[in-house]
Every structure is written in C-alpha cells, then in structure tokens.
Design a protein around this ligand. Structure first.
Ligand SMILES: *Cc1c(COP(=O)(O)O)cnc(C)c1O
Length: 492
C-alpha cells in the first residue's frame, strides 16, 4: 500500500514517510491509495484477541512498510496499563438505552490519548526507517486538551522534543496543572501572555519563519506538528470500532454479523472518519451518526452538501467540538469522489470564498453512510441529567451531545439497531459543566469539584487528575507573545 495526496499533486509515498511529513507538499492530506476490504472471517479472528492484538491486526493492513514486530512494539508501548487505567483499553459499557464506547481511560482522560499514545511510537520507528538523523521538534499551541495528550504521548520518546504553548489564564485550572506538572526531559511547557489566538498565531509565525528553521536545522532539529491531520493520528482510531464490535459479540449483546450504528461527537471529523474506514473495510456498521454542538457546520454539510464557514462561532460547554473548519472532511471528499482535482477545487474555494458546494450527487453518497444533527447547550445539560437519573451513569458534555443526537436519530428514522455512543472524555475532565447539569454546587477549587462529582458518581476519579493536587509544578516559564521564537530556540 502507498499513500497519495487528496489534492493529487504529490508523489506516492510509504506510510512511514506520510507520518513523518504530516501534510502533503500540495497542501492536501495523505490517504491510502486503496482501503483494504476484509471479510467477516477477519472480524471473527479478532473476537478472542485483546486490544493490543486487535490493533496490530488492523494497523498492519495500512502500515505495510512496518514489520509486524515493529507494530507489536509500538502497540505495547502505547496501550498498556501504565498509561491506561483498564486492561481493556477501550471498554464498552452496556447501559439500558445504549452501549457506550469509553475512549477516556488513557493518560489524560480524553479520547485524544487513543491516537497520541501511538503516534510518537510510529513516528520514532519512521525516523529510523527513513534514515532521518535530525530530532523531530514538535510545536503545539493548545487551548487545553490537545497539549496535555501530546505531552503525555511524546514525553521521553527518543529523537523527539516538544514545546507546548498555552494562553496564560486561557485554560482551566485543571488543564493548566495537567500541563505544568508534565515530566520528561524532552518536553517544555510555556504560558503565553495573551489569548488562544495570540498563542496559535505565534506558533504559525514560527512555522513560516525560514530563518528560525535554518537555525534549528544547524542544531539538527526539524520542526513538525502533532495535529489531527497526520495519518499517524487517524489510523489508530480505526481499531476501536472493530474492538467495540468484537466486545459486543463476545458479551452476547449482538449476534455475529449483525449491523450496528455508532454516534460520534464530532469536531475535526477524525474520529468519525475512522468509523467510515472501518465500515468500508467490511465491519458491519449501518449508519455513522455525526453529532455536533451549536457549532453545527457539519450537520448542514452532511444534509445539504454545502459547506459554509460564514457563521457565528460559539464557545460551548463541549469545547473540543467548537470548530468551523473540519479538516478531515477533505479525506472523505476524496474517498467519495476519487477525484483529486475536484477536491483541490473545493478546498481552494473554502480558502478563498469560505464555502464550497459538493453538488447534488454527493448528498446521496454522503447520506448512504452518515446522518447528522446537533444538540443545543440546554439539550446537552439536560441529557447529562437524564442519563444520570436513568442509568446511574455520568457522562461528559461531548458524550452528552452524542447521546442526545442518537436519540433524535432513532426517533426520526425508526432504525432501532444497536447503538454505540462514542464517549470521548471522562466526566471528571469537565467537572463544572457536569455538576451544573446535575444541579450541584460548584466551587472555585477544581479539586473540590472533583470530590463533589466523585460522591455522585460510583466510579473513582482518574488518578492522573486526582494526583495533580500534590504534583510538583515543573514548568513556570511565562513569555510575552513576541518572545515565543526565543523560547523555541533556547530549548533546541
Ligand atoms: C477532539 C475531541 C472530539 C472531536 O474529535 P474529532 O476527531 O476532532 O472529530 C470530541 N470530543 C473530545 C473530548 C475531543 O477531545
């Protein structure tokens, strides 16, 4: 298998090169030249396997230039009980109304761990394969969640270093502690005097600055990013769709071969696109339900084929889904058209005009796979409360968006196939919104809130959050937004 650009103007390369490069030279995203078609026998083979073993079976279909031994090594380092608080890695909770795929048992209690634990391992092996002798120097601007997940994945991974910038006073108390207590010789965290836009613009400027890149090159450093367009972040996410299916069969919740549906809380379209790949590979999925919050650009797109970013941007209680440009839609457009020229035109129109129209023919193709709706803030809070009362189970606001939309889907379609809600964050990561939904008192001390929620929930709070209370602050640097480049150079 080889990798091509969605915009058609880059050479075919191997998966390890695609993972090193991140973005194709023509500005497109890397995709496999074909999606492997598997049969039900393949799924049957997964049933007795554990998560790590299932991961190797699926990864080796896509990462064909890695040896099986290499993949086994990567998977062992990424998905183990030092990093995850359950041997199952991505367990399914079988509730009365829906099944819930819990993707938040990793190092930072959010679903980004599923990909950001494996990406550094794949990247490190890729350096070796491509005889790359430079260190990969990863810069991240974060509004909270991605920064910590990236730090936890890259800490002490050889031949890599990472600097994370966050807006001082722009992240929650808990998020700030998560980052500033991060251990690892190769990582540094810096607070920027400014807001998230200042922080992100600062990082973009550094990426575009040839003089800085030249100095870094002299010190054997190559700049890179860990954002969600890298194929190495997407491919790990295919695994849990298969794994969830296998678990449901093993637990006799479905019969082998039955079709099921997934509802996915969606932002950058990476998570749900992995479900699309799983379906295309032959996993018995009927519909993928795309759940958005009030920033419902994807709802409109999947209903009309018209993508229009001219709209108000809302700051919601499910912040990881607050987006206007959903990058991975580009991969979907390629797979549905097979036409890189058209994809390049759509993306060009999005950049220059702020919209594109995928056309009538596309709507039908989109709707064969997807159904879309959104949940308002009020509906999200009400869903958290309802699920708690009904199931004695606490969900976070992102998961609540998915739950609410799954209900809308079943009501409107009358399709009652087994439904899996993809749960992307531990409720303890979003204590305040969850406590508000449950009608509890909210304190200004985040650890007190953790305790209050723990008393309502039967599940103990994740250790990685609880332990922050006594963790040493290791990163105290605060810089002016004009001085971010200096920080980057000093750490090289
Ligand atoms: C990133 C994230 C999402 C959205 O996932 P995409 O792959 O960007 O669609 C949903 N929920 C949480 C908690 C996230 O961190």
């Amino acid at each position: 298998m080889y990798y091509i650009s969605t915009r058609g103007k880059s050479n075919q390369i191997e998966s390890s090169q695609a993972i090193l490069k991140g973005l194709a030279d023509d500005g497109g995203l890397f995709i496999p030249n074909e999606i492997p078609r598997l049969n039900l026998e393949f799924v049957k083979k997964l049933l007795p396997l554990n998560y790590q073993e299932r991961a190797v079976e699926i990864l080796e279909k896509f990462l064909t230039d890695y040896t099986k031994e290499e993949l086994i090594d990567c998977v062992k380092k990424a998905y183990n009980t030092e990093k995850f608080d359950t041997e199952k890695i991505a367990p399914v909770a079988n509730l009365n109304q829906f099944h819930v795929l819990e993707l938040w048992h990793g190092a930072t209690s959010a679903f980004k761990d599923m990909a950001l634990q494996l990406l550094p391992q794949l990247l490190q092996k890729a350096l070796n394969k491509q005889n790359e002798t430079n260190d990969i120097y990863i810069l991240v601007a974060t509004s909270g969640d991605t920064g910590k997940a990236a730090l936890a994945g890259f800490a002490d991974v050889a031949q890599t270093k990472m600097m994370v910038f966050f807006p001082n006073e722009g992240v929650s108390q808990m998020q700030q502690l998560q980052m500033t207590t991060q251990t690892g010789k190769n990582v540094k965290v810096v607070a920027v005097q400014g807001n998230f836009d200042d922080t992100q613009n600062g990082v973009k400027k550094i990426f575009a600055d040839d003089a800085i890149k030249k100095i870094l090159a002299e010190k054997n450093n190559k700049l890179s990013s860990a954002n969600s367009i890298n194929w190495g972040r997407l491919v790990p996410q295919i695994v849990y769709y298969f794994s969830a299916y296998a678990d449901l069969v093993n637990e006799e919740k479905i019969s082998f071969g039955d079709e099921i549906n997934f509802t996915v809380p969606t932002g950058n379209f990476g998570d749900i696109l992995a479900g699309f790949y799983a379906k295309q590979m032959g996993l018995p999925i009927d519909k993928l339900i795309c759940a958005s919050n009030q920033n419902n650009i994807l709802t409109d797109f999947l209903r009309t084929g018209y993508y229009d970013k001219h709209r108000e941007f809302f700051k919601s209680i499910s912040p990881s889904m607050d987006i206007l440009i959903s990058s991975n839609v580009e991969r979907l457009l390629y797979h549905l058209t097979g036409d890189a020229y058209r994809v390049a035109m759509f993306m060009n129109s999005l950049q220059t005009e702020g919209f594109y129209d995928a056309g009538i023919g596309m709507i039908q193709r989109l709707q064969k796979f997807f159904w879309a709706d959104f949940a308002s803030e009020e509906e999200t809070l009400a869903t958290i409360k309802k699920v708690y009362d009904q199931e004695n189970y606490v969900i976070d606001p992102h998961t609540a968006v998915a739950w609410c939309v799954a209900e809308k889907y079943q009501k409107r379609s009358r399709d009652n196939k087994p439904m899996v809600i993809v749960s992307t964050a531990s409720p303890y990561k979003f204590n305040e919104s969850v406590l508000k939904a449950l009608g509890e008192k909210i304190s200004s001390d985040c650890f007190e809130n953790l305790q209050t929620l723990a008393e309502k929930n039967k599940v103990a709070p994740p250790k990685n959050l609880k332990n922050l209370q006594d963790a040493e602050i290791l990163h105290k640097t605060i810089c002016e937004k004009e001085n971010m480049a200096t920080e980057v150079l000093n750490f090289a």
